[in-house]
Write a protein that binds this ligand. Structure first.
Ligand code: NAD
Length: 267
């Protein structure tokens, strides 16, 4: 049988592998024959080759975790994230974007030509073009410490979850232009509401009724973690070898409904 995904024997790194979508990604990759290196602030239950504790809010913690990874990495999956409250805007954007970017840039030198990076952003980031100036300003910072300093100096521009997710989309697209020189692909995926531990935090922030009224996928139910993990695995696979710079909306048509004006745009 032809293996169009091509994960067998590949070395892959998955952040956020303890719960939710990241755990589903790690399990799927183990099933596909990959050697999985998991990173998370919480314990990882999936049967991975190695699980390393990392706190993406801290540069030193990311650097220490990267030092434990293999010298050769074929694929990086950025799945870790914070939902916003009860976490601060600073912590949320550090984990969701500044830490994600630092981890990505630290792993990229180990990824050879033909490799790929895929990150989870969110449907919540779809208004990124309307907020381009602050997004570009944070993305223009050159490293973790400069990113953190920018966030501390610009608390009025960082609303936490939405801003952090907008930055992932802009970073992915700008980095794809540069990484084509090394034949490395980089993409991101925007989930609609998904039944993971994070969903209860969103319900606490805006109520379940509000979220379902305005953001439920047109098919009328939330996604399962696997329904996000599998398209993410596809994006980083050989089957997607001509795909880069894409923000894949995995929302059963929510974004399409907004684009054609069949549903109001709240983002
Ligand atoms: N669940 C949803 O409805 C939804 C919708 C859109 C996007 N997302 C995004 O999907 C991704 C996965 O989230 P999920 O829904 O599976 O939730 P989750 O809470 O189950 O997973 C998040 C993972 O990130 C890890 N993490 C949190 N803080 C960390 C830190 N400081 N350092 C390292 N790891 C840390 C957690 O331990 C957990 O394993 C996130 O980026 C999230 O923003 C979720």
């Amino acid at each position: 049988m032809r293996d169009i995904l091509g994960y067998s024997g590949r070395t892959v790194v998955v952040s956020g592998a303890a719960t939710g979508m990241g755990a589903a990604v790690a399990r799927t990759l183990v099933d596909l024959g990959a050697e999985v290196y998991a990173l998370d602030v919480k314990p990882v239950a999936a049967p991975v080759a190695q699980a390393t504790v990392v706190d993406l809010r801290e540069r030193a913690s990311i650097d220490a975790a990267v030092a434990k990874l293999p010298a050769h990495v074929d694929r990086l999956f950025n799945c870790a994230g914070l939902p916003g409250p009860p976490f601060s805007n600073l912590d949320t954007t550090l984990v969701n974007f500044v830490g994600l970017r630092h981890l990505t840039e630290a792993v990229l030198p180990r990824i050879p030509s033909g490799g790929a990076v895929a990150s989870i952003t969110s449907v919540a980031g779809m208004g990124w073009q309307k907020n381009l100036d602050p997004v570009k300003a944070l993305c223009a910072t050159t490293d973790f410490d400069a990113g953190r300093a920018w966030l501390e100096a610009n608390t009025d521009k960082n609303n936490g979850y939405l801003f952090s997710k907008q930055c992932i989309i802009y970073y992915t697209k700008t980095r794809s232009v540069e990484l084509v020189q090394r034949e490395i692909r980089i993409n991101c995926l925007s989930p609609a509401p998904t039944d993971t531990p994070m969903l209860s935090s969103f319900h606490a922030q805006v109520s379940k009724d509000f979220l379902e009224k305005h953001f439920l996928a047109p098919i009328g139910r939330n996604a399962t973690p696997e329904e996000m993990a599998e398209p993410l695995v596809l994006l980083n696979s050989d089957a997607a070898r001509f795909v880069s710079g894409v923000n894949l909306m995995v929302d059963w048509g929510y974004g399409a409904a907004v684009e054609v004006g069949a549903r109001p745009s709240l983002l």
